[in-house]
Design a protein around this ligand. Sequence first.
Ligand code: TYM
Length: 441
Amino acid sequence: MGDQGTHAAARPLRILSGVQPSGRPHIGNYFGAMRQNIELSKRSDAFIFIADYHALTTIREPKKLAEYSLGLAKDYLALGLDPGGCAFYRQSDLPEVCELAWILSTVTPMGLLERCVSYKDKMAKGFAPDHGLFAYPVLMAADILIFNAHKVPVGRDQIQHIEMARDFAQRFNHLYGEPVGKTFFTLPEAAIEEHVATLPGLDGRKMSKSYDNTIPLFAPREQLKKLIFSIVTDSRAPGEAKDTEGSALFQLYQAFASAEETAAMRAAFADGIGWGDAKQTLFDRIDREVAPLRERYNDLMAKPAIIEEQLRDNAVALRERHATPLLRTLREAVGLRDLSKAGDAPKVEKEQAAALPQLKQYREKDGKFYFKLADGDVVLLQSIGFENPKDAGAWVARFRQEGGAALSAAVASIAAQTAEAGAALDALKRAEDERAQSKTG
Ligand code: TYM
């Protein structure tokens, strides 16, 4: 798996994204997320998963849910995902995600969930809301935060959920991190590819399983043709110039096409291409792209046991390396603790002091002198190498005195730093101040 450890400063870009197995993936899912995920997994630390806990909010047929989950795993493999080069897993193999969702739900204001667009949308369509649907963004935040992902490649409809995940992370960091200068969660950001962030469906509305207007990515050739010829267009006759703006057909074409092909189609629209010809061109373009994938997909038919084994093995490793240690830290932070140590006030204080990040000065094999700020295993701040130990020492002393305020003056002496470094330095300074005060007082 492409798991590169937990050092924040040295950590490569970590991406994470899930797709629900709530039907067969469609072209919107492919361009909005799956294609980006696969591309990014080649050059970053990638976590790509089957969001089957989430699909429980819509799929009530157990057999179907299992079929869709297998189908989605095969889709990813057929699309070229290298399961050895990234963390490819199934959400429900990580029960810690649910535990984290519960912990996060205790810092989630109801009002925030009530304002969630996708929830309001479903309500407006007459869905009888259950708690799963309402709490959906909390579970999604847990997916992202459990691996401290930096970027989340998604379509536009998921941006609000990712903003909520940031919000929950911030709240938790603030509530439980401030007193001991600890930061538990990285704040994630959505990664959007603008021109395909909301692909339209056959009727011109957003392509969505719930609107029944999708073009399944691996639709057989004949079905693909039928669907494409059913795309809604206006009534302009051949020879009349057509608008690309607002045309579902044009938007779908540009998702697949190169810049030159898109320019040619734009010109054809202006020249009055007939809708039949435009649909045929779109069909040919899509079919050219997906025909080899369809074949790969069909070849994978016979290997569900291998897929199952891979997903399980990956989840075991992910739990061991990430989920279990993180939940241990979080349980400790919120007070779900070993009772044999409860009530022992001096010891708890000591534990909190030990939980403070540490500023360390040291010498490397290159003979130079360095300092770093580390929170357990995680490096929050890393200096450049100094020829003279006094230079490293002077910065350590200054950070102790001034906290994060000294960071801007130290820019040239810092090789790497995380977003959490400033807050951690402030916490250290506070602890130093308190210690000094208790000595004098
Ligand atoms: P889901 O399963 O509805 O969709 C999967 C991905 O496809 C994108 N997408 C689209 N992109 C462009 N045009 C469209 N018409 C279109 N329709 C869907 C979605 O934006 C999404 O990126 N909540 C998520 C699944 C999830 C998740 C996560 C994602 C669960 N946990 C953590 C990221 C991180 C969802 O329902 O996606």
